[in-house]
Structure formats: structure tokens, C-alpha cells
Write a protein that binds this ligand. Structure first.
Ligand code: CP
Length: 312
């Protein structure tokens, strides 16, 4: 199995064939996580640095677990515990990390374009774990895997992405990822949270959540990203929940076999009600499970599994 990419920076850079390769590899990797001993020697002797300059639960933990299940050494550095608090620049920090010979650096940063810059400046493989409002490719890949697993296909499905589109790197990466795999994507939310020109990613736009829900095979709800909002974009959380939140009442518009997804973390009672998040249509925790499998696949393909050994 050939995989030519040195980095994983965004969904635009991946071909349809490469996405198929990642999803097929992730399916095999998922089997490893079901074994009594969840570890294979595939990446023994390899080192993965997890450099997280923004908070994370799912992405950081799943990359760490993924590296360990493949026997790679992983270590985590957060912005607040690094010497960047003493004034060291990001590039100096990254060059110093590279001087310790890691095989890959997984980076999350609040500024768009940081992973791309590091990929140009360093020789190490760079994996984007979320950069500002720009891209979150591994989230998109795990979402594609989860939909494919549950629906048996991606092509031809209607995917509704609802909520704070403006601030969402997940929305952007999923727009590109699902379109590339042949799905139809509709973006919905308040006009203040849908950026002008977003249709250029190939999605259609509506300001009516009910309209977006009606035709959807899959609904991806997004978190209100208060930390990235420079001004209030809606009058109150209660009003947002009433008009744009996904509630059991709004599900009456949905197809009988609709799937509900959310990248997490969830603002319960704001963009999604607890009874929907925990209800029969929700596959939110399946997304988390598949996050480990997809990140194992990416580390395997990027860090050298393809060249060194088979995963079995
Ligand atoms: N989906 C996601 O990126 O979650 P975390 O911020 O917890 O990593």
C-alpha cells in the first residue's frame, strides 16, 4: 500500500485515493483496539511529539493512545508548560524539538497556517491537529470513517453541518472532505455565523435549521466557539438553543435513519439537547472511538509503518 504524503495538513492536500487508503487502514487499526492486548510493534523505535498550544481532550488523548498502541514513544508538550511562556518563538521551539529527532510532530495551534509553516521550515513530518479556524483534517477523516461505517457509503449522502460555521475548522475540513467523497453538504446557522463566500467550498447555505434537517442523512452539530468570538453573534444562549439548537422536537423534521454527530466538546442544552446527544440517533461516541483508529492509521502511514512492517 503506497502513501506518498509526508505531512497531513488539510483535506485539500489529500486525494480521494489517499482518503480511501487512510479509511481502509483505520478499519484494520480498529481491530487492534478490540484485542485483549491492544498493542503491535509496528512503530517501535519511532518518536511522536504532541505539541498542543490549545486545549484538547479527544485529539490529544487519541493521538497519544494511537502512538502507544503502535509502540511508538510519544510525549506531550503544551504551550503553557513550554519555554514559549519565557518568550521563545514558536519556530525556535519547533526547531529545538526537531533537534531531538522526532519522526513526527502533531501540532494544534490557535493561529491558522502554523502547521503549514512548520512543514515548510522543518524536515520532520507535521500532522495538523487543528489550526485556528482553518483546518482539522484528522477530525474530518474520523467523521468520514464513522459515516462510512454506519451508512456503508459516503457518496450521494446529504450532510448538514449546523451551527457556528464561521469559527469552525471542523466545518471547513468536513466541507472539503465530504464533497471530495461525493456527498452533498449544506451549511446552516445564523447569518452572523456563516461567512460570506463559504459556498466556494462546494456547499450550499441555508439559515433555516429545519430546512437543513429535512433532507439530511447525517447532521453534524457544531459547538458555539465563544473563545473565538470577538463580539456577541447571538442575543442569548437560550434564544440560540431555541432557534438553532438540535432538540427532540426538531428531529420530527428528520429522516427516520438520520445520524447525529458532534466533534465535541458539547455545550449541552445550547447547540444540542442532552436527550439528542445521548439519544438513539447519536453516534458521537463512535466518532471518538474511530478517532483512535484514524490517528493510528495516519501515524502508521506517515511515520513509517508502510515502509517498515505490516500492522498485523
Ligand atoms: N474534536 C476535537 O478536536 O476535540 P478536542 O478539542 O477535545 O481535541
Amino acid at each position: 500500500m503506497q502513501f506518498a504524503q509526508k505531512h497531513i495538513l488539510d483535506m485539500e492536500s489529500l486525494s480521494v485515493e489517499e482518503i480511501h487508503t487512510i479509511l481502509a487502514t483505520a478499519k484494520r487499526m480498529k481491530e487492534i483496539s478490540k484485542r485483549p492486548v491492544k498493542k503491535v510493534p509496528t512503530l517501535r523505535g519511532k518518536t511522536v511529539v504532541l505539541f498542543f498550544y490549545e486545549p484538547s481532550t479527544r485529539t490529544r488523548t487519541s493521538f497519544d493512545i494511537a502512538a502507544k498502541r503502535l509502540s511508538a514513544d510519544s510525549l506531550t508538550l503544551s504551550g503553557s508548560s513550554s519555554s514559549m511562556v519565557k518568550g521563545e518563538t514558536l519556530l525556535d521551539t519547533a526547531r529545538n524539538l526537531e533537534a531531538m529527532s522526532p519522526d513526527a510532530v502533531v501540532i494544534r495551534h490557535s493561529s491558522a497556517g502554523v502547521p503549514h509553516m512548520l512543514a515548510k521550515m522543518l524536515n520532520t513530518s507535521i500532522i495538523n491537529a487543528g489550526d485556528g479556524m482553518h483546518a482539522h483534517p484528522t477530525q474530518s477523516l474520523l467523521d468520514l470513517m464513522t459515516v462510512n461505517e454506519k451508512k456503508g457509503k459516503i457518496s450521494g449522502l446529504n450532510i448538514a453541518i449546523i451551527g457556528d460555521i464561521s469559527h469552525s475548522r471542523v466545518a471547513r475540513s468536513n466541507c472539503v472532505g465530504f464533497k471530495k467523497m461525493g456527498a452533498h453538504v449544506v451549511l446552516a446557522g445564523p447569518p452572523t455565523m456563516i461567512p460570506k463566500g463559504i459556498e466556494s467550498l462546494g456547499a450550499s447555505v441555508t439559515y433555516s435549521v429545519e430546512e437543513a434537517i429535512r433532507d439530511a442523512d447525517v447532521i453534524i452539530m457544531l459547538r458555539i466557539q465563544k473563545e473565538r468570538q470577538r463580539r456577541f453573534l447571538f442575543p442569548s444562549e437560550r434564544e440560540y438553543a431555541t432557534i438553532y439548537g438540535l432538540t427532540k422536537n426538531k428531529l420530527k423534521y428528520a429522516k427516520k435513519d438520520v445520524l447525529i454527530m458532534h466533534p465535541g466538546p458539547i455545550n449541552r442544552g445550547v447547540e444540542i439537547s442532552p436527550e439528542v446527544a445521548d439519544g438513539p440517533y447519536s453516534i458521537i461516541l463512535d466518532q471518538v472511538t474511530n478517532g483512535v483508529a484514524v490517528r493510528m492509521a495516519i501515524l502508521y502511514l506517515i511515520v513509517g509503518g508502510v515502509r517498515d512492517a505490516d500492522a498485523d
